[in-house]
Design a protein around this ligand. Structure first.
Ligand SMILES: Cc1cc2nc3c(=O)[nH]c(=O)nc-3n(C[C@H](O)[C@H](O)[C@H](O)COP(=O)(O)OP(=O)(O)OC[C@H]3O[C@@H](n4cnc5c(N)ncnc54)[C@H](O)[C@@H]3O)c2cc1C
Length: 430
């Protein structure tokens, strides 16, 4: 009997986990292929919520999906580890050793073979080599970083409360991550305020958030009207928005701008630019663009090797570049889930993945939100704002949960989040 085809998916993020779950059902369950997911962490989070984890307005215990339980219920296997190299001749990847928190090696370096591999390792912020950023700035590209930021935020808030001083935070990047984080930090402070802090006999802590954007407007992916309205909303809640502010460097007290001025900040966050994780340079000499993203054909196969596919933020289609968004990642995962089985079983070519732009949504905490819908949709296009847009943003996450968990578990998860609201504080306090 011919051995089962080995399908390897590297990265269990928005794209990778959806693909593993769907392929598990289509090919793992009937025994047509062995599907293995590899991720450097043990659980999946919906990355567009990281700014909420960072500010503490959403606790992340309920919002993590454990890879081992997801794999056992959906007919795929899971291996923890970081893929640090790929050998295209031998058709294998190398995983770095897995360490315990005390530094001891739990699992030695391993190699895993594949017949077909899909790389979906996401992206991180791009500091463009700006001096001082690595040493002095925080980022919120994954759960570990978001939690580390939250720990610092809570401690610095407490310190400024004790000293009766203002906590100043500067965020570089006026895209979705930076603007949403600025609003969410204010929301966190508003929730913290009434928690009996007056008992210490001091006024509640104060926050001064500065958002630095190099371009002429924030949220450049949205229509100008949304940028202007979002800036106005941020300023209304107390955020200082500085556009056309190019950062030349960072140090332990703040950012230095190209015009020579200094923006002082106790906490400095870099949330600008997108690049692939540096490790893509060790993936068998695959063709990359200048930010390290894997160059792929319109059907998502790598231009250097048609047995290697890449999707989501770590991939790049040269003639038809798409933004690094969850919407693109999800559509690409669905495309490969649909066409990979016929390619693996019958050698049928995977067709081009056509992106259907369903618009973009941004939510500024509880304050406001905007949805920019493209013309020609059932709603006729245009911009909506307020509660409907904020709910639309939340629905993206709920849709993702239902896609990963299935309808019943997805709904139960929504319900348990709602019930939690009655017994837990609505902001992280420890
Ligand atoms: C704060 C924030 C807010 C955002 N808001 C929005 C929004 O409102 N709307 C929107 O559409 N998009 C938003 N985005 C962008 C969106 O989150 C990404 O486009 C999307 O997550 C990309 O999905 P992905 O599957 O390519 O990568 P990811 O979801 O990032 O997943 C990558 C996975 O790969 C794993 N991994 C990385 N390297 C390795 C390795 N070497 N070996 C093994 N595993 C590895 C990681 O652990 C991770 O699980 C936001 C991003 C951030 C940071």
């Amino acid at each position: 009997m011919a051995s089962k085809s080995e399908i390897l998916i590297v990265g269990g993020g928005v794209a990778g986990l959806a693909l593993a779950t769907r392929l598990g059902k289509a090919m793992g369950k009937p025994g047509k292929a062995r599907i293995t997911l590899i991720d450097k962490s043990f659980s999946h989070v919906w990355k567009p919520m990281l700014h909420c984890f960072a500010s503490g307005t959403v606790g992340n215990e309920n919002d993590r999906i454990n890879f081992i339980t997801q794999a056992s219920g959906h007919h795929f296997e899971f291996w923890p580890g970081e893929v640090v190299s790929l050998d295209r001749e031998k058709h294998e990847v190398v995983l770095s050793p897995l360490h315990a928190s005390d530094g001891t090696v739990v699992l030695e370096s391993r190699t895993i073979k594949y017949d077909t591999i899909v790389i979906a390792i996401g992206s991180c912020a791009n500091d463009f080599g700006t001096p001082g950023v690595k040493e002095h700035c925080l980022s919120i590209d994954n759960l570990v970083e978001a939690n580390a930021f939250n720990e610092k935020f809570r401690m610095e808030l407490l310190r400024s409360f004790a000293n009766n001083s203002e906590l100043d935070i500067a965020i570089v990047g006026g895209g979705a991550t930076g603007t949403q984080l600025a609003a969410e930090l204010h929301k966190a402070l508003e929730i913290v305020g009434p928690y009996n802090l007056h008992a210490f006999g001091k006024p509640p802590p104060k926050l001064r958030v500065t958002l630095l954007q190099s371009g002429p407007r924030i949220l450049p992916a949205f229509p100008e009207s949304v940028s202007a309205a979002a800036q106005q909303e941020l300023e209304r809640i107390g955020v200082t928005v500085r556009t056309s502010a190019r950062v030349a460097g960072a140090n332990s007290t703040g950012f230095i701008l190209k015009d020579g001025s200094q923006v002082s900040a106790k906490l400095r966050v870099w949330a600008a630019g997108v690049k692939a994780p540096e490790v893509t340079t060790t993936y068998g000499g695959l063709a990359l663009n200048k930010t390290g993203q894997i160059l792929v054909n319109p059907n998502l196969s790598s231009i250097a090797d048609d047995r290697i596919f890449a999707m989501g933020d770590c991939s790049f289609i040269e003639n038809d570049p798409l933004p690094a968004t969850a919407q693109v990642a999800r559509q690409q995962a669905r495309h490969l889930a649909r066409y990979l089985p016929a390619w693996i079983e019958k050698g049928q070519k995977v067709p081009a993945c056509i992106f259907h732009n369903k618009g973009a949504i941004v939510a500024l905490g509880k304050y406001n939100g905007w949805a920019a819908l493209p013309g020609g949709t059932v709603w006729g296009g245009g911009v909506s704002h307020g509660l409907s847009a904020r709910l639309g943003h939340l629905m993206l996450y709920r849709k993702h949960q239902v896609e990963i968990f299935g309808l019943y578990r997805g709904l139960i998860s929504c319900y348990s989040d709602w019930v939690e609201g009655f017994v837990r504080p609505s902001v992280r306090l420890d």
